[in-house]
Design a protein around this ligand. Structure first.
Ligand code: 5GP
Ligand code: SF4
Ligand code: MG
Length: 461
């Protein structure tokens, strides 16, 4: 999911949020929503199914007045794809309404939901995000202020959460103690009292906000009339940023770990060329996510880079659509091979990951049909062998092709002349940081946040 927040009295905060969400559209395409607060502490909410551009128009945005706002783009990892599950989630409290936008996935929803129901919460959905909102609301109603309430609630939440929360008085940004999902803070040009929160820096760029810093793992920031205040509420903050954000999920023009993800992905391709060279005529990338690594591969190998597949930019990310059937038809709509580039060529195709293997198999066939004489595949990450419990929809383990098949078996199944994956070390060394600062559990099964057994069993073979 994508989250966004802005505190900017005197500005059109709804419009800013709209544009911020527009830049974060790649993080979720199922639903979108914006909540604003006006100076009478009234909340104004609009949310709906579909893309940001489908959910909002000028008239709707004009009906969202206020000086602060939060917004959300959703793809479901818990809860079904329905409008009640769209965010921001709103709950009433003693101090007025609270609107919450969440990216990530809690692993203790069974226990937390039970606790909340016992305290007579009016949970209307099955989402972990609404549970966080209620958990904060309950603490407020016990007499705490917003900050103490949020901190108490966070102590009860286990899992991944990057949050943008709006209250009548100010906005809050928070990350779980492991900082699994990203969240950044920006300032609005020339005005140090106006701040923006966004899942990625591309959400700041679009509205001309300047990157200030990341929200730290286990940090809560409050942004209001008095400016920005920071609270480190967790003793055990140990950053485990999702490496899959860096490899695939986040936009290449976003900055993480001090460099653009485009540069990081180029570096992955260079490393891949060193580890697994091939004797071919051209290197192509699977658009869009495989392209930077393909260019990196070409740079290091000296083999010319070419565009061999053209993507229809108006079709959403295939994996975000909920059913397998839609996924499969989605791929056909999405990529078209360039015959004159491919005919008679030995082709090396680079992609960022193989998850189920359905995309790869289809593309390989399309390349051969277009006249490629050999098709080799290189993947700029290691085999995905484990499911994600922290907010990326990589499916249950039995759907993951590398969970049960060796590289040689996958090679045979997707019908390529050769297949190689980047090493785990290569993927992490390219970050330029200590490997222990990342979650890479979908490649190793080494989950940084403990997962309750029943939840584990629901997705592991
Ligand atoms: P698959 O192997 O499942 O057919 O899809 C792999 C392709 O989907 C790659 O091009 C990769 O960019 C993209 N992808 C990345 N992450 C995910 C994910 O979480 N789920 C799915 N299905 N595809 C993903
Ligand atoms: Fe990211 Fe994989 Fe960890 Fe999930 S399991 S948070 S996708 S690295
Ligand atoms: Mg891709």
């Amino acid at each position: 999911c994508g989250v966004f927040g802005v505190y900017a009295p005197g500005e059109d905060v709804a419009k800013m949020t709209y544009f911020g969400l527009y830049a974060l559209q790649h993080r979720g395409q199922e639903s979108a929503g914006i909540a604003t607060f006006d100076s009478n502490a009234q909340v104004h909410l609009h949310k709906g199914m579909g893309l940001v551009s489908q959910v909002f128009n000028e008239t709707i945005l004009d009906e969202l007045p206020g000086h602060l706002a939060v917004g959300h783009t959703r793809y479901s990892t818990t809860g079904t794809s329905r409008v009640v599950n769209a965010q921001p989630a709103i709950v009433p409290t003693r101090l007025g309404p609270l609107a919450l936008a969440h990216n990530g996935n809690l692993v203790n929803t069974a226990a937390l939901g039970q606790e909340l129901i016992e305290q007579e919460c009016n949970l209307i959905t099955t989402t972990d995000s609404e549970m966080i909102a209620w958990a904060i609301g309950l603490e407020v109603d016990k007499g705490k202020d917003w900050l103490d309430a949020a901190i108490s609630a966070f102590h009860r939440c286990k899992g991944a959460y990057s949050l943008a929360i709006a209250t009548p008085k100010g906005i809050m940004g928070a990350r779980d103690p492991n900082g699994i999902r990203p969240l950044v803070i920006g300032t609005l040009e020339g005005n140090p009292t106006r701040y923006v929160l966004a899942s990625e820096t591309c959400g700041l760029d679009i509205i001309g906000a300047e990157y200030l810093r990341d929200v730290e793992p286990g940090e809560l920031v409050w942004i209001g009339e008095e400016g920005l205040a920071s609270f480190h509420w967790s003793q055990a903050s140990d950053r485990k940023l999702c490496i899959f954000e860096m490899i695939y999920f986040a936009r290449p023009d976003s900055i993480m770990c001090n460099e653009s993800l485009y540069s990081y992905r180029l570096q992955l391709g260079r490393q891949l060329a060193k580890e697994s060279p091939a004797d071919v005529d051209i290197v192509i990338g699977v658009p869009d996510s495989g392209i930077p690594a393909a260019i990196g591969f070409s740079q290091t190998s000296g083999i010319p880079y070419a565009e061999g597949l053209i993507k229809n930019r108006y079709v959403g990310r295939t994996f975000i659509q909920p059913t397998q059937h839609m996924r499969e038809s989605g791929i056909k709509m999405k990529l078209n091979p360039l015959k004159d580039v491919l005919v008679g060529k030995k082709v090396l195709m680079v992609d960022d990951s193989i998850v189920r293997g359905t995309t790869s198999r289809k593309i390989v066939k399309a390349l051969r049909d277009a006249g490629a004489t050999e098709v080799h595949m290189r993947i700029s990450s290691p085999p995905v062998t484990h499911p994600c419990f922290y907010g990326i929809d990589t499916d249950s383990q039995d759907q993951l092709i590398a969970a049960t098949k060796s590289v040689a078996e996958i090679e045979a199944q997707i019908e390529v002349d050769s297949l190689a994956y980047l090493s785990w070390e290569g993927m992490l060394i390219a970050t330029g940081e200590d490997p222990s600062r990342f979650c890479s559990a979908c490649f190793t099964g080494d989950y940084p946040i403990q997962i309750p057994d029943p939840v584990k069993r629901s997705k592991l073979i």
